[in-house]
Design a protein around this ligand. Structure first.
Ligand SMILES: Cc1cc2nc3c(=O)[nH]c(=O)nc-3n(C[C@H](O)[C@H](O)[C@H](O)COP(=O)(O)OP(=O)(O)OC[C@H]3O[C@@H](n4cnc5c(N)ncnc54)[C@H](O)[C@@H]3O)c2cc1C
Length: 422
């Protein structure tokens, strides 16, 4: 990192935590402006809590291009036939009407950190005293040879929910009898560690009913994956003989695709496939790179308030942040957003700042009523957000426990979307 005044202040801020509220920013020029880029799990939550707790002492602007946010969480359940797409869509109406948030439906295309303004694609710029970035992920160019976003109609990623998810499901449903669905799984770290494997479970659930001789092939660059024992046991129990995984020992890290020919080449061996779900390597959303607050991949932040290590006026939440031990999940982003919101409101208004505590649980559905989970609690340290202990479902659990875990996940979904959107 280049040492300049800004990065020096950033590193100093990283050490002190946010227990006290030392100054009221923006007081010199009236009500301070908080601008949030990205209205997803991190950004919508942060905007709502800052508007709610800051009241008329803070102006909040939320910049988000889409009018309906489709949650990635539970999008695999849509593929499995357990949810409708409508049930995953949420609007920003309540954030605007009940919380007084200035919701701007546009892309942020630049951040001027000296002038403290955000440029919009539609023209104009928005000034900020505090900027919160939660733009999610983008894909690493060239991560899977043969694939780029121009190939996403032939070989969907479905790793940003909405039309991509609908396309992938349509392809699965119209696959020829006995055909092959191939998933090219991503390397670590990526959004939702169990997500690809829950997806395979949900695709298998569909195919078992509509196309039982079909095959699922996972090409995976990783040695192991989240909840592996639970998934593999579930696949054997519910979808025996249907799913094959090729790990790095057998060429899972040496893959290229040809979207025009619908082939996947694994360690030099060409396979014809019918559906190919390419989930490439990931990095922080583009605007975080444009703002100059990433290390080239992710945005390093301190652990007490998710403050950028490169600029104390900027916080980075959710998938884009390099924060330590928390997985990149909606639950994590929501948890980080509440800690950040409390610190930001404290700094801007002098209100009380509580000690930071974080938590996460990732639920996955393997088959009807067969839900599993993994989770942990976290605390900030000088170095990172650190795990203080976790839990995971067991392979010998009863069907009742699994059904209960699935019911818990339904309750969690309702709670998080109401925490995000009011
Ligand atoms: C298949 C799948 C299943 C998942 N299941 C779960 C689960 O069960 N539980 C769980 O906790 N998590 C789950 N996740 C992960 C979860 O969806 C993400 O970790 C979470 O959404 C991250 O929140 P975020 O705020 O960082 O990004 P997002 O929620 O993606 O929000 C980013 C927002 O920023 C906007 N944006 C991007 N760039 C700009 C810009 N330049 N200007 C303005 N706006 C911009 C985007 O439009 C988007 O709305 C799953 C993910 C996938 C793909």
């Amino acid at each position: 990192m280049k040492i300049n005044r800004r990065s020096f202040i950033g590193s100093a801020a990283a050490g002190v935590g946010v227990m006290s509220a030392p100054m009221v920013m923006g007081a010199a020029h009236g009500t301070p402006n908080v601008v949030v880029i990205g209205g997803g799990a991190g950004g919508a939550t942060a905007a709502r809590y800052i508007a709610r707790d800051g009241g008329d002492q803070v102006n909040v602007t939320l910049i988000e291009p889409t009018r309906t946010y489709y949650t990635c969480f539970f999008s695999n359940l849509y593929i499995g036939g357990f949810r409708t797409m409508e049930s995953l869509g949420h609007s920003y109406g309540t954030l605007a009407s009940e919380y007084g948030i200035n919701v701007v439906h546009d892309w942020a295309v630049g951040v001027d950190r000296d002038a403290k303004t955000v440029a919009l694609a539609g023209g104009g710029s928005v000034p900020y005293d505090k900027l919160i970035l939660s733009p999610g992920i983008d894909f690493v160019d060239g991560a899977v040879p043969g694939w780029d976003v121009s190939a996403q109609n032939a070989m969907p990623h479905a790793y940003k929910a909405g039309s991509q998810t609908e396309l992938l499901k349509a392809q699965v449903m119209s696959m020829r009898e006995g055909g092959t669905y191939c998933m090219v799984a991503p390397p670590n770290p990526y959004r939702c560690p169990p997500g690809p494997y829950e997806r395979v479970s949900m695709v298998a659930h569909q195919l078992k009913q509509t196309n039982p001789t079909a095959k699922i092939l996972i090409v995976d660059p990783k040695e192991g994956f989240s909840k592996q024992g639970l998934f593999e046991q579930g696949w054997e129990r519910h979808y025996s003989g249907m799913i094959e995984r090729i790990g790095p020992d057998f060429g899972g890290a040496n893959v290229e695709v040809d979207p025009a020919a619908m082939t996947v080449t694994i360690d030099g061996v060409v396979e014809n496939v019918d559906v190919c779900n390419v989930i490439p390597a990931q990095r922080a959303g583009k605007i975080a790179h444009d703002a100059g607050v990433t290390d080239g991949n992710w945005a390093p932040v301190e652990a007490f308030a998710l403050t950028s290590k490169m600029d104390p006026a900027i916080h980075v939440l959710g998938d884009s942040a390099a924060q330590g031990d928390m997985p990149k999940s909606g639950f994590s982003a929501n948890s980080q957003a509440k800690v950040c919101a409390n610190a930001v409101v404290g700094e801007l208004t002098g209100s009380r700042v509580f000690p930071a505590r974080f938590s996460n649980t990732c639920w996955s559905l393997i088959d009807t009523e067969d839900g599993v989970k993994v989770g942990a609690a976290y605390e900030p340290t000088e170095e990172k957000i650190a795990s203080t202990g976790g839990f995971v479902s067991q392979t010998d659990e009863t069907a009742e426990v699994r059904a209960q875990t699935y019911q818990e996940s339904l309750g969690w979904y309702d709670a998080i979307v109401s925490d995000m959107f009011g």
